[in-house]
Ligand binder design. Sequence first.
Ligand code: CA
Length: 508
Amino acid sequence: MPSSNTIIRITESDNVGIIPQPEGLTEGSVLTDGTILLEAIPMGHKVALSDLRPGDAVIRYGVPIGYVNTFVPRGAWVDAPKMELPEPPDLEEIQLEPGEPPVVEPLTGYTFQGYRNPDGSVGTKNMLGITISVQCVAGMTQYIEKKIREELLPKYPNVDGVVALNHTYGCGIAIDAPAAIIPIRTIRNIVRNPNFGGEVMVIGLGCEKLRPERLLSEESTSSSVLYLQDESFHGFSEMVDGIMATAEQHLQKLNKRRRETCPVSDLVVGMQCGGSDAFSGLTGNPVSGYAADLIVRAGGTVLFSEVTEVRDAIHLLTPRAVDTYVARALVEEMRWYDDYLAINQADRSANPTPGNKRGGLSNVVEKALGSIAKSGTSPIADVLGPGERVRRKGLNFAATPAGDFVCGTLQLAAGMNLHVFITGRGTPYGLSMVPVVKLSSNSKLGNRWHDLIDFDAGPVAFGEKTIEEMGWELFHLLLAVASGQKTVAADRWGLHNELVLFNPGPLT
Ligand code: CA
């Protein structure tokens, strides 16, 4: 058990500490450095380790995460209302020259069992996907999904499931607006996700703006398109029969897929946070970052995302870009998002959420510094715009909003075949298309949600285990999940969220 009055400081220069005790600490508690708590402070929140005068920087991770706007004596709670946000790094001033590249030591000898596809990609699940070209037909695909699950899937035991890839796009849209490329390529690239094995069905209506043919890639010869307005269909039951017959053809092909031994270099792991707390940056994210480094060392691909959560730490990321082109692309994604927020009169204080704040995260700067830890230490090999498909192996920044479902949807489009989701507050988030491995950043959540969390990184908070030990444990868990040998909690309970497209373009 932890000694009761230990607190967590990341660097020697930090003038605040984090309270790790699950029940918090009471007024009068004495910390190991002699600081006496002037008030009760809950778990995950910050205590001042020295007197802070108005304008003084609050230092965590060795950098200012804000400036106090009132006198905060040593031993007092440093919470959000007492802090002002620092200015975000000026994009004009960002260094674009690559820094000293980190040494990437190759890691060999690790494999997983996956479904290899004709295009070279590898699936971790064997799913029948049914996409749509317009929301009008979503009711039909929901109906069909259920009917396939009940009537057809029992006949095809090697198929893991069927999923309607429903979305709200397709008609009433300004399809030629520049921003329309984002939702369109997202839908297109999700069809190409390795877990569908190139056997996706497209259901269209017939009169929509987004032509279903635009959703099929040139190389996909085995995908098929059906229109509900096809004049050969007389009524609903004939449409259902037509779709079921087509589904059966795809299921027959999918049922022949078999897992084979694949190198870790075939993994595309999407990392994201949701419902973060002050522990996320101490435990869950560094442990995920360590595992991310192992995957990159083994030749695999890791995606990290969530623009608003890296914006305030962008100056720490550009020196890790492999070249100035990639560094510039990182800055351009930040600039695009700054403009997108400005047009809509939002600012970055819209993040964090009230839950983040209750978890001890005072502002977006503190959140960003913890958030980028999940990218590990590898060089940044490439930058993907929202909805783009991965081009280079290694660590990729896939630009997405931070909202969990939008980020997950865009990472699916990038080609993610395994998802790591780090949470401090807790969320039942899941996707049916890829396994979602959920990590808790603190054991209080890990214990309370013992059957919803797949991996508890909490022991790192008290030094019971090291980041390195837990990073390796997570890496081994990821290989077992990718191989279908371990089932994640979200799949065990069937907890699956809908796709949510990022559409920055106008509706008409
Ligand atoms: Ca998120």
